[in-house]
Design a protein around this ligand. Structure first.
Ligand code: A2P
Length: 350
């Protein structure tokens, strides 16, 4: 009989948590026992897994006893509080927050790009930021053929990136506006329905927000090079759950759009969506619920001989978070990397 594993979802009631639950079931991940962990607020609720209603438990030390894999998506501070405990108890933590991503001893993995990094884990593996995952899935196959030198990215990010409550808030705001009322913003900083605003993560001294710097630093770590120059402008848009990105990519040498198209049409995790006659290209509404990153509108940059323009959409909750985490878990099982971890002691160095 093939082996199965005790799995815990930390943040099971959230937008990503519920998708993790669905993916474990639909991808038939070998689960022997599933624990659904959230805050005290959710105790008393149940969620369905394989036809069974499982109770939500409040996270605690004891909750991690006997657990092999923790899929964590309850925010950075919750991960910082509980990840080391889970590792001490013998689990491998696949963490969706930004808490550990840039620690040098923590692999940051997109399975289509750098699966080999999983071999060096010490108990915690980080799931990259959603915008980074979508961008790296599309650019890695091109980077393999002709190295990327510079990326200029503009993102159009859905409400789901701010969690389930933000998604609900956009719907409430939209309905309020349609009824002639003033929209209320409690989860998001400003009304998002019928509006957009630059990503509201903290700004650095150079004027870049955290979300933009995640695209810069995480992409370099995943690609294994500090040489790629990256700049980004991240914007929150009134879309429910799929992000879009406009990418301008400068390569070392010219890259014809047809060659890029041919490579991307056979790349894992990518689906080419282009009908130039119909002016039909990836749309967030069509990326929603899909595993692949939809890529299209690939064209020569008329301002640079080595530049390409490209447009992509990807489901933020799925490939941008939950699916990537489950793929990492599948990788650990396939490569037999769920070994007892060395007790994790996070380094101070970022
Ligand atoms: P809860 O529903 O009990 O608040 P989202 O990103 O969609 O907002 O979801 C966040 C997830 O993280 C939810 O499952 C939420 O649980 C969980 N969570 C938030 N804070 C904590 C905490 N301090 N301890 C455990 N789980 C938490």
């Amino acid at each position: 009989m093939s082996k199965s594993y005790s799995v815990a979802i930390l943040g099971a009631t959230g937008a990503v948590g519920t998708e993790l639950l669905e993916l474990l079931e639909s991808r038939n991940f070998p689960v022997s026992n599933l624990k659904l962990l959230a805050s005290q607020r959710s105790v008393g609720r149940t969620l369905s897994f394989k036809g069974e209603n499982l109770p939500i438990e409040a996270v605690s030390d004891r909750a991690f006893e006997g657990v092999d894999i923790v899929l964590a998506s309850a925010g950075g501070s919750t991960s910082k509080t509980w990840a080391a405990t889970a590792v001490e108890k013998g689990a491998v933590v696949i963490d969706n927050s930004s808490a550990f991503r840039m620690k040098k001893e923590v692999p940051l993995i997109v399975p289509e790009v750098n699966p080999q990094a999983a071999a060096n884990h010490q108990g915690i593996i980080a799931n990259p930021n959603c915008t980074t995952i979508l961008m790296t899935v599309a650019l890695w196959p091109l980077h393999q053929v002709k190295p990327v030198q510079r990326i200029v990215a503009a993102t159009y990010q859905s409400a789901s990136g701010a969690g389930a409550k933000a998604m609900a808030e956009v719907k409430t705001q939209a309905s309020a506006i349609l009824q002639g009322q003033t929209p209320v913003a409690e989860v998001l900083p400003y009304p998002l329905a019928f509006n957009l605003f630059p990503h509201n993560s903290p700004l650095n001294d150079e004027g870049y927000c955290e979300e933009e710097m995640k695209m810069v630093n995480e992409t370099r770590k995943i690609f294994g090079t500090e040489q790629i120059r990256i700049t980004a402008t991240c914007v929150r848009v009134p879309v429910l759950r799929a992000h879009s990105e406009a990418l301008n990519i400068e390569f070392e040498t010219p890259f014809s759009p047809d060659e890029a198209r041919e490579i991307l049409s056979r790349s894992p995790g990518v689906k080419l969506v282009e009908d130039w006659r119909a002016n039909y290209f990836p749309m967030p509404i069509e990326a929603t619920g899909q595993d692949e990153v939809l890529v299209g509108r690939i064209r020569q940059d008329i301002s640079h001989p080595c530049g390409l323009e490209l447009w992509l959409c990807g489901d933020q909750i799925r490939k941008g978070a939950a699916l990537n985490a489950v793929q990492i878990a599948e990788l650990l099982v396939e490569k037999n990397l769920l070994r007892p971890a060395i007790a994790y002691a996070p380094s101070k160095k970022i």
